[in-house]
Write a protein that binds this ligand. Structure first.
Ligand SMILES: [Zn+2]
Length: 122
């Protein structure tokens, strides 16, 4: 057994189409859309941060996506919602991760200042 699945999806413009389902796809393919809009998608990964005023707040949602019939880009990418949804290939996603790590250090500095006892280094 290969573990690879073939799925059939009903489209509005090409009828039933069959394709190989990536192992990471949730298999949620709405029927009756256009073939070029067929999208494989994995479960969302969410970054939540705690806040003092609103409890946990969603900062970033990301998932793998691939549109096997897209006329513009059939690669597997990471889609992430920041200010809006964006798609990233591996090099750009690496740059995003580096920026997040850098920003983590930027946030730690005032956090440590806030946590320091009054009069210590102020
Ligand atoms: Zn799929």
């Amino acid at each position: 057994m290969t573990g690879r699945r073939i799925v059939a999806i009903t489209t509005a413009d090409h009828g039933d189409v069959t394709l190989l389902e990536p192992s990471w796809c949730l298999g949620e393919h709405p029927a009756e859309g256009c073939r070029e809009d067929v999208e494989h998608k994995c479960a969302d990964v969410r970054l939540m941060v705690p806040t003092a005023c609103h409890g946990p707040v969603l900062v970033l949602t990301a998932s793998l996506v691939q549109r096997p019939f897209s006329p513009s880009d059939r690669r597997t990418l990471v889609a992430a919602e920041l200010d809006q949804w964006h798609e990233f290939d591996a090099p750009v996603l690496d740059a995003v991760a580096a920026a997040l790590v850098q920003h983590t250090e930027t946030l730690r500095c005032p956090a440590r200042r806030l946590a320091a006892p009054k009069g210590a280094g102020r």
